[in-house]
Write a protein that binds this ligand. Structure first.
Ligand code: ADP
Length: 363
């Protein structure tokens, strides 16, 4: 008998699952020491409390608390829920099963067994994310490529029409105009092909985002230095942190850099010399909030709803180079990061683009 007690004691002391005995009110009356690693509190600390006391507020807010608590004293139920580990902000996924103690009494009536399933939840999420990233990207690319095949026809048709005209009219003025127009269309074709190739390069073999901790300030500094200041030396660019301490953001470096570069180059190229582009990054509420403000030509009201559509260019771009592809890719990449993008613009006064990227893409 003594030997059996010792065996039970050894099991209780060494089990990696958290085993608790609850009374009729569901209050914990006994807990194994594994409570420390599972909940972040010692067994002494959790005695007298309920498992529901440890639920993470963000998890509870998504569920009705009274519905939730019913599962916690239901023999045979298996419930998955999120807790904050100890006094930290670290969220962990736990799974508990409950069984009635047959010959129990008021004090010892229910037994629960709880394990940490955070890793397996994240593995499943990663797998689902990888699947949806792959599906989302391939849908986006096939749409873009099918629109592109139509878009390629326009410059080709213009070139063809010019050739026909030059065959008939051979005056120097017509020749000059025809050649100029053909050169413009060839530039446009080249830019479209370059955009397609860049998208292909950025997403080649990409079944999932290559996530790492990114310093957005460092990426933006690199974009300002290499993509803006060199090409647009007369635009005055300022970069600052608006709110909070700099935090890293989980993201795919090449896609985030593309987002910043496209928005910054747009801000510069749609602005006149000697104006400023003001960039600020704020870190608050688990989001990095990036704001890019220019004093450029702005976007006419009637074009505003369409600028994220592939190949759409606003009516006021006149001869400023571009294909209308960049922003649709930017929107897609922001979506893949579960972020948001929006803008405000006054024609003739300037535009401000806002992006929000969550610190983490994990649950
Ligand atoms: P583009 O190759 O023309 O720059 P984008 O897809 O990057 O293509 O942008 C789509 C259109 O949105 C642009 O052609 C332009 O009309 C408008 N646009 C984007 N950013 C700005 C900006 N900062 N100022 C004015 N117009 C802008």
């Amino acid at each position: 008998m003594v030997a059996t007690d010792r065996v039970y004691q050894l099991i209780a002391e060494h089990t990696t699952d958290l085993v608790c005995i609850h009374d009729l009110e569901n209050t914990i009356r006994f807990a194994t020491p594994s409570s420390k690693s599972i909940l972040g509190f010692s067994s002494d600390d959790i005695i007298g409390r309920r498992l529901t006391d440890f639920l993470a507020p963000e998890f509870v807010s998504e569920m009705d608390f009274s519905t939730l608590t019913r599962f916690f004293d239901h023999p045979g139920s298996r419930i998955r829920y999120q807790v904050r580990h100890g006094n930290s902000n670290r969220l962990r996924w736990l799974e508990s099963t409950f069984s009635r103690i047959e010959e129990g009494n008021k004090k010892y009536s229910l037994l629960s067994s709880t394990r940490d399933i955070t890793e397996s939840v994240h593995l499943t999420d990663d797998l689902m994310n990888a699947l949806s990233t792959e599906q989302q990207l391939s849908r986006f690319k096939s749409n873009l490529y099918s629109v592109a095949s139509h878009e390629f026809k326009t410059p080709l048709a213009v070139i063809q029409a010019n050739i026909e005209m030059l065959k008939i009219k051979k005056s120097p003025k017509v020749i000059d105009m025809g050649l100029e127009s053909m050169e413009e269309e060839i530039d446009r074709l080249n830019s479209m092909i370059a955009d397609m190739l860049q998208l292909k390069k950025l997403t080649m073999g990409k079944t999932t985002l290559k996530l790492e901790d990114l310093s957005l300030m460092a990426i933006m500094e690199d974009v300002v230095k290499n993509d803006c200041t060199k090409a647009f030396p007369k635009i005055n660019t300022t970069l600052s942190i608006a709110k909070g301490e700099e935090c890293t953001v989980r993201g795919d470096y090449s896609l985030v850099r593309y987002i910043f570069s496209n928005l910054m180059v747009n801000a510069c190229k749609f602005s006149k010399d000697n104006t400023r582009v003001k960039v600020s990054i704020a870190f608050e509420d688990n989001f990095a909030k990036i704001r890019i403000e220019d004093q450029g030509i702005g976007i006419p009201k009637e074009d505003q709803a369409s600028i994220f559509t592939s190949f759409y260019r606003a009516t006021n771009v006149s001869n400023i180079q571009g294909t209308g592809v960049g922003l649709s890719i930017v929107k897609e990449f922001v979506d893949l990061h579960k972020g948001k993008i929006s803008f405000e613009s006054s024609p003739g006064k300037g535009s401000t683009f806002f992006i929000e990227l969550p610190y983490t893409l994990d649950i």
